[in-house]
Every structure is written in structure tokens, then in C-alpha cells.
Design a protein around this ligand. Structure first.
Ligand code: GLP
Length: 242
């Protein structure tokens, strides 16, 4: 595992956007696995700026989601599909056909989970998977004690994660869904390159456990230690307990 400490979130965003741009120069139709939350926004802003300036051509890029809430109506502004369309697909000038994610509105949710794993494999696998980290060490929505071999499946959110994410739902925890579909840890580990960005002091403990703790299901992000090409980018605050 490679750990890179950057001065601030903007520098982390720039560094990772440049890695994505380099990938797209090498492989124009790369499959970019994207994450949601506040942390990756500087990455998307920096990558979109590179596209606008002509520094990279992303017109053939493909994008896939890491996870999704269950039960939010299609088009809900905080469904992860809507967020990724708004923050990544539209700014990069991509069409919705180049974008895929798990269907959190499906009647057959188990079928939707299996279908998403199959779709990722059929697409040739994820070339670079961006990850944030929850304050409890979760990646995607793999909450503590998720199996390290897990596949895309339905999970129940912890109270802590619903509290953390209530800010996206007018601060009202009752609006935060209880259930989600998330790529499993085993699924995530199949991506060719994993890049986790963590910023702010609130992530310092989770980062220390991820990087320096044992590989353990209780800290899902520690599974990155098992991957042959994992990069953890942290700002000074998130690195403060390393
Ligand atoms: C959610 C997402 C994760 C993300 C986490 C942290 O739980 N499912 O993918 O890493 O939030 O979000 P933030 O970056 O806003 O702290």
C-alpha cells in the first residue's frame, strides 16, 4: 500500500485527477469506479477542469457506481445515481449510456446485486476505483464486520453512517434510507487500482486503523492492505494519527 500525504483536499483532488487523466491517455475507454460523499468532489472538479482545458480527452470514458441507497425514488437528488450524474457524468460530458450502477429501485434487489457484479465483469472490470472512508472505516457501504470476500449485496446502515449522511437529507435522519446496495469488499478488491482519499481530522482514526492496523473485517478499509495496487491519499489532518 502506498500512502501519500498532501497538504490539503484540493491537492489530493489534483493528484488523483492526474492519475485518472494518465489512465485515460493510456486507455481512453477506461472504466472509472467513482465514490460519493463530500471527499471526492475535489477530484471530480479537477478532472472536469482537465477535460475543459483539453489536457485529457474523457469522451470514451466509462463510469460506474460503488453503491446506492435502496428505495429512493428514481431521480431523487440524493440517490447516488443522481449524485454521480451531477458530479461526474455531466461535467465530463459523458452520456448516460457510459454509466452504470446498481438498481436500488428494483423489485428483485438480490437479482439487481448479482446483475451488477455480472455487469462489472462483462465491462472488463474496473480500472481505477475511487474510495472515500466512513468515520467507522467503511468503504462503499461495507459497514464494520462485512466479510472481506463479500460480493455486491444489500446492507443495513449503522446508526453512525445514517447520522453522518443526514446532512445530505436536510439534516433529517428519518429521510436517510436504512438499506443500501454496495459493491462487496471482494468486488472492490477486483479493481485494478484502488485509490482512497481521506481528508479532515474526523477521518484520522479510521485512516490509522486502515494503514497501520491489522487487516480486519471490523475496519473494512483495512482490506486495501491485501491489494497489490492500493494508494491512500490523505491530507495532513487525516494523517495526524499515523
Ligand atoms: C458514504 C459513502 C462512502 C463514502 C462515505 C464518506 O457512506 N457510501 O462511499 O466514502 O459516505 O463520505 P464523506 O466523504 O462525505 O465523508
Amino acid at each position: 500500500m502506498e500512502v501519500v500525504i498532501v497538504p490539503d483536499a484540493a491537492a489530493g483532488g489534483e493528484l488523483i485527477a492526474e492519475a485518472m487523466a494518465a489512465l485515460l491517455r493510456r486507455k481512453p475507454d477506461a472504466l472509472l469506479g467513482v465514490a460519493t460523499g463530500s471527499t471526492p468532489v475535489p477530484i471530480y472538479d479537477a478532472l472536469a477542469a482537465k477535460v475543459r482545458s483539453g489536457a485529457v480527452d474523457a469522451s470514451r470514458a466509462r463510469v460506474c457506481q460503488l453503491d446506492e441507497y435502496v428505495g429512493l425514488p428514481g431521480g431523487h437528488p440524493e440517490s447516488y445515481r443522481s449524485v454521480v450524474l451531477r458530479q461526474v457524468v455531466e461535467p465530463l460530458g459523458l452520456s448516460t449510456e457510459s454509466f452504470m450502477g446498481p438498481d436500488g429501485t428494483a423489485e428483485d434487489l438480490l437479482g439487481a446485486c448479482a446483475a451488477y457484479d455480472r455487469a462489472l465483469a462483462a465491462a472488463g472490470g474496473v480500472d481505477i476505483q475511487l474510495l472515500g472512508i466512513g468515520t467507522d472505516g467503511h468503504i462503499g457501504f461495507n459497514e464494520p464486520c462485512s466479510s472481506l470476500a463479500s460480493r455486491t449485496r444489500i446492507k443495513t446502515l449503522t446508526e453512525q453512517t445514517r447520522v453522518d449522511n443526514a446532512r445530505f437529507f436536510d439534516g433529517d435522519i428519518d429521510q436517510v434510507p436504512h438499506h443500501v446496495i454496495t459493491q462487496g469488499i471482494g468486488t472492490i478488491l477486483e479493481a485494478r487500482h484502488l485509490v482512497l482519499l481521506a481528508t479532515g481530522e474526523g477521518k484520522a482514526e479510521a485512516v490509522a486503523q486502515t494503514v497501520e492496523g491489522p487487516v480486519a473485517a471490523v475496519v473494512p478499509a483495512s482490506a486495501l492492505q491485501l491489494h497489490p495496487h492500493a494508494t491512500v491519499v490523505v491530507d495532513e489532518a487525516a494523517a495526524s494519527k499515523l
